[in-house]
Design a protein around this ligand. Structure first.
Ligand code: PHE
Length: 436
């Protein structure tokens, strides 16, 4: 459970949620995001843990073995394959973004945050983005950190840290919210975040909100499945799932409540894009007593949160290689890090010098879109369908032993109907099938 919440809480909550919400007009986006978390995310988290605990292997072999045992085609393992691919693709840009964090940590250590002005924060951000060398350096450092933990097989250590650091991160977020409360932009920010204006959303905003829910919960790619294998039988499934989903959503909402008041009080653009937290947070730290120290703590904690998430992106692929080839952990990790390393270079160049577009998106945005808005929902759909319709009855019953009847019924309904149809409808809506 620690591992799973360590995977879920990361840059997705604190970096991605505010900026994607800002790009999609706020309130209505948050509304669809919360609905997706509850109606699609929760049943899929349960499905993943259930399948993982039942299959006891990496996602590819779990899907294959469970399909065979339930009397279905082995092709279900393709869901696992897509998940491994999605994990490596996400890691490519995730590591670039975590690199930004490293840069800001470094900046804070060297010059501090006390003199940060609005213009200065903007300039610092643009300076970072325009420098491929610097981006490459931090991207590489972060990838080595993540690969290192996976290669050495010391995830446990990192996960045990989650127990201490997660409450600290929550505490820091509350502190930032406390600061935001006293800024002039607080009430406009609350209205922006929680008063839905659906005319501002549209099909692509709805898809983005669902994608954000999947990305933030780490679902649809078998990561929670891989960790589900370790969940002891005594722990009731719904409780474990509820905990992961609750913590993850709380952190995202707090991040939004901490950041948007800064955006509004400083007259910044909510739709300012991926740099949103890096342009706003330093301004808050500049005005706090001991701001540089708090900045260090905050960015440091976020870095560790990003680290546990990136380890979870890599681990299932490494487990698959180690279990199915003669490769040892270290070479398996090195081989698998090569792809995110190279694709990550593409991402960071697309922020400055590489102008090619893919479906009208920069390479960075394209990878982000492809994974969060397409691959994860699709993976989640198949996972829910498999758990709800195809898994052998006896296995299902054994996994759900001890949970109350209404919980079982609700989950079964959500996994069989709600999750697949929800994803499908949003896909079709985005494709313009309903004539929008
Ligand atoms: N959920 C992680 C975050 O919010 C990112 C992630 C996505 C991790 C998918 C693993 C799998 O930062």
């Amino acid at each position: 459970m620690l591992a799973a919440s360590g995977s879920a809480v990361g840059l997705g909550n604190i970096w991605r949620f505010p900026y994607v919400a800002g790009e999609n007009g706020g309130g209505a986006f948050v509304c669809v995001y919360l609905l997706s978390v509850l109606l699609l995310g929760l049943p899929i988290v349960v499905s993943e843990i259930l399948l993982g605990r039942c299959g006891q292997r990496n996602p590819v072999d779990t899907m294959r073995v469970l399909a065979e045992r339930s009397g279905h085609v082995r092709a279900w393992s393709l869901v696992g394959w897509m998940g491994l691919a999605a994990g490596l693709l996400i890691l490519s840009f995730y590591s670039v973004v975590a690199g930004w964090l490293l840069h800001y940590l470094f900046l804070d250590l060297i010059v501090g945050m006390q003199d940060m002005t609005k213009a200065g924060a903007l300039a610092a951000w643009e300076h970072l983005l325009s420098s491929p060398g610097r981006l490459l350096l931090w991207h590489s450092v972060f990838l080595v950190l993540s690969g290192g933990v996976v290669a050495l097989g010391v995830q446990n250590g990192l996960e045990r840290m989650v127990k201490v650091l997660m409450p600290l991160l929550l505490g820091m977020l509350l502190l930032m919210v406390g600061y935001a409360l006293r800024t002039s932009g607080f009430s406009s920010a609350m209205a922006y975040l929680f008063k839905p204006d659906f005319s501002a959303l549209g099909a692509s905003g709805m898809l983005a909100a669902m994608g954000q829910a999947f990305f933030s919960l780490s679902i649809g790619l078998g990561v929670i499945m891989a960790y589900g294998a370790y969940l002891p039988r005594e722990v009731p499934l719904p409780r474990a799932a509820g905990w992961i989903v609750g913590v993850d959503t709380l952190v995202a909402l707090l991040a939004g409540i901490a950041i948007f008041p800064l955006v509004f009080s400083h007259g910044l653009e909510p739709g300012g894009g991926p740099g949103l937290i890096f342009q706003t947070l330093p301004l808050a730290f500049a005005q706090m007593p001991l701001g540089s120290a708090f900045a260090l703590l905050f960015f440091g904690l976020l870095l560790i949160a990003a680290w546990t998430s990136s380890v979870s992106l890599l681990e299932p692929s490494v487990a698959f290689l180690v279990e199915n080839t003669r490769l040892k952990r270290l070479p398996a990790t090195v081989v698998l890090c090569l792809l995110p390393f190279l694709l990550g270079i593409g991402c960071l160049l697309s922020l400055n010098v590489w102008e090619a577009t893919f479906f009208e998106l920069s390479f960075f945005d394209f990878l982000d879109y492809l994974t969060a808005n397409v691959m994860l929902p699709l993976g989640g759909l198949f996972i829910a369908v498999f758990a709800g319709w195809f898994l052998k009855r006896e296995m299902l019953a054994r996994e759900l032993e001890g949970t109350s009847l209404w919980v079982r019924r609700t989950w079964l309904f959500l996994a069989r109907w709600m999750a697949p149809l929800g994803v499908l409808v949003l896909f079709l809506y985005q494709l313009g099938v309903f004539g929008a």
